[in-house]
Design a protein around this ligand. Sequence first.
Ligand code: ADP
Ligand code: MG
Length: 397
Amino acid sequence: DDSHFQQDMENLQDCFAGFRQKYRLIKRIGEGTFSTVYKAEDLLYDSYDNSWDLDKETEKWTPPPLKSFSGQSSATLDYQSQSQRRRKPKYVAIKKIYVTSSPSRILNELELLHDLRGCRSVCPLITAFRWTDQVIAILPYFRHADFREYFRNMTRPDMAIYLRSLFTALASVHSHNILHRDIKPTNFLYDPGSRRGVLVDFGLAEREGYDCKPCICHDDPVTRKRKLRPLISDKEKEGYPREDTRHSRRANRAGTRGFRAPEVLFKCTEQSTKIDIWSVGVILLTILSKRFPFFNSADDIEAMIEIATIFGRQRMQAAALLHGCMLQTTIPTIGRSGFSFEGIVLWSTDRNETKDKLPEDERLAVEFLSRCMELDPSRRISAEEALEHPFLRMGLD
Ligand code: ADP
Ligand code: MG
């Protein structure tokens, strides 16, 4: 549907006054659930300023106030902005957010991107425009390859560099108390040539603690047991409470299937930045096992079954109880104690998991993987800690 695409581009160019003077659309580079992204040439690339502000009251984008530093001549000021301008990229990615997205959701994405400007390995927002219900975000264009084209050929140092870049982004995002919520290969643009990557797509991101109710996973084990007792004794009586007065739980479950952390599946009401770490773990598992997608569940129940198959019934039940969920299953493929990551990696790369052993650097990668895919979020490694892990420090010391 080339003509459809041409029409799309025409519409976009006609929508915004002066668009054709500012940008030359080159091609469509992405089509997601929430947006279409185009590559474009920035025709006036030295004349924009990237600190436009969204006025929350008027919902208008306003240019930055003119700064005047006392004692500085206008000549110096001019010189500074000139040199800053020269560093700006020539190509941009224009993210056209679907008009069906709610205004609050669009505002959220742009606001978080604005908060994260200047963070390493996070794609900055240059500016944004709105015309009636159409919003476009302008980002520097970042050259990248399709994950499926390079993940099978990554060496262990390649993996460490890839993950170092991703965890650098996450460490800064998390230090702003922001959860990305949709970590997956298509949202981490990586260029294997330059070995650089940037994190994009803050469409589902949110501030930690926003819209949260306490979850018992944050209680100490004794308190948790006390709060769980009614639930356990119901089970012991092998019956269900006649009048269940517990509220049905609502929790944010946004994200992409296959990358959702167990606490998201268990509807933890107090999710933290650790959900992003789990998703990176899934990426690493994909790379190490050379299988994409590694998880292929259609819904949350299937996703739980997949994770339970790896970790085994016992550990999965304990993980569920952390958030007050009872997990019962008679599925024969879910064993009592599951499989080791080492075994899974050997098996999925056609090695013999009973006879073969992983080489030492791969064992280190698997050990790191198990720290990322820790079922209990409080025991899962943080982005900051991950950057200090020997696997990610490979080649640095
Ligand atoms: P969505 O919310 O629709 O998933 P994304 O922000 O993830 O939107 O962008 C969709 C795709 O567009 C990305 O997977 C990537 O291929 C491409 N893309 C997004 N931002 C950029 C950028 N700054 N440079 C190059 N490509 C980009
Ligand atoms: Mg995306």
